[in-house]
Design a protein around this ligand. Structure first.
Ligand SMILES: *Cc1c(COP(=O)(O)O)cnc(C)c1O
Length: 388
């Protein structure tokens, strides 16, 4: 299936809606049946039929088909956030007494679901440096049911050898779940490397316009039916039809947005690596990245996230740098059309609940490169460096 077929046609049945080129927003909570027999059949397969929008909705279903095809998955469930998609993947996979192995610096709310939420219900988690596959093996216990991966993560971009971790888990009957938000389905295919479940914050590149919060979970139909009967239906963290419609629209330009972002990011990366006030650049494609070989092995293309360690005397200097940016908006999140800056340790100082785990330098600023002209972004950064 080619990319433009997936984005322009898959799941869309235009003859059923007046030839409309944009699909309808089926803004209905319930779907009526012509007979009791049809209603019985509907309830036998809520996963595939239209019964109630907490389960399945025609507009959301178009999006499910597209995201599944992009990820090379049999199916996909859409959620009201990426955090909900990750949480559902975890909750569907463990019970009280089970053990999870997770990478050391996952997305903060992934850490929270494992430690704070499931910790209360008798699930234990060991966090390991995932850059060395052997660390996963050491951490396994007789009760390990799940390995949670995020490759690369979204702040310092450590990667895991996904094929190697998948092989290790498969040999022991342990499930694997990978957050693939950074790479997007276009730049990395964890399922093809043997991973069982792939999650996305669709808030980021998949939507790309900073106007929807959404998540996706992709995998085999059998696994997703399990997730559907479990956390999907019970927690009800669903995506609304209107938000699904915005995502279908955002997805149509994903390849061209990513192409532009990759080109600009390469230029910004080169500028930052040569800049005397930058101590370190974190990016899967940074020349100082010790995992460059793994980048070549499992990541296609590049995304627009990079993190810089400023040569700043103190946090006040980091603040002066960020306050001086006029084209980069200062905010969380990433993956939109607009460039962003996030001074993570200035906003969450040591001892704040969301402060990054130990070992992260205090002068970090994460940049998300958008669709602006490269020269505009570089000039904005240069002006901010002058204030350091
Ligand atoms: C943003 C993000 C999430 C959570 O997604 P939301 O849509 O904000 O709930 C999960 N993982 C990563 C890597 C993220 O950047």
């Amino acid at each position: 299936m080619d990319l433009s077929y997936i984005l322009n046609q898959l799941g869309e049945d235009r003859e059923r809606y007046f030839g409309a080129v944009a699909p309808p927003i089926v803004q209905s909570s319930i779907f009526a049946f012509p007979s009791v027999d049809a209603m019985r059949a509907g309830f036998r397969d809520e996963f595939g039929q239209h019964v109630y929008t907490r389960g399945n909705n025609p507009t959301v279903e178009i999006l499910r088909k597209k995201v599944a095809a992009l990820e090379g998955a049999e199916d996909c469930l859409m959620f009201g956030s990426g955090a909900a998609a990750m949480a559902a993947g975890v909750i569907a996979s463990v019970s009280g007494g089970d053990h999870v192995v997770c990478v050391a610096r996952p997305y903060s709310w992934t850490r929270a679901v494992l430690k704070d939420l499931l910790g209360r219900f008798g699930v234990t988690t060991t966090f390991v440096d995932g850059t060395d596959t052997a660390n996963f093996e050491v951490a396994l216990t007789a009760h390990t049911r799940l390995i949670v991966l995020e490759s690369p993560n979204s702040m310092t971009f450590e990667q895991q050898d996904l094929a190697a971790v998948a092989a290790l888990a498969q040999a022991r009957g342990i499930r694997t779940l990978c957050d693939n938000s950074y790479a997007t389905p276009l730049n990395q295919s964890p399922l093809a490397l043997g991973i069982d479940l792939v999650a996305h914050s669709a808030t980021k590149y998949l939507n790309g316009h900073s106007d929807v919060v959404a998540g996706a979970l992709c995998g085999s139909t059998a696994l997703l039916r399990e997730v559907f009967r479990g956390p999907y239906m019970t927690l009800g963290a669903i995506l609304a039809p209107h938000d699904a419609w915005l995502l279908i629209r955002g997805l149509r330009t994903l390849p061209i947005r990513l192409q532009r972002v990759a080109q600009t990011t390469a230029q910004v990366l080169a500028f930052l690596e040569a800049h005397p006030r930058v101590k370190h650049v974190y990016s899967p494609r940074a020349s100082a990245n010790p995992q460059l070989a793994l980048t070549e092995q499992q990541l296609r293309g590049a995304s627009g996230l990079l993190t810089i360690e400023l040569d700043a005397a103190d946090v006040a200097a980091v603040e002066r740098f960020c306050d001086g940016l006029t084209r980069f908006l200062m905010t969380v999140s990433w993956g939109g059309y607009e460039s962003l800056a996030f001074p993570v340790c200035a906003v969450f100082p040591p001892n704040a609940p969301l402060h990054p785990p130990a070992g992260v330098p205090l002068s970090l600023v994460r940049l998300s490169i958008g669709l602006e002209e490269p020269a505009v972004l570089i000039a904005d950064l240069e002006a901010a460096f002058a204030r350091l």
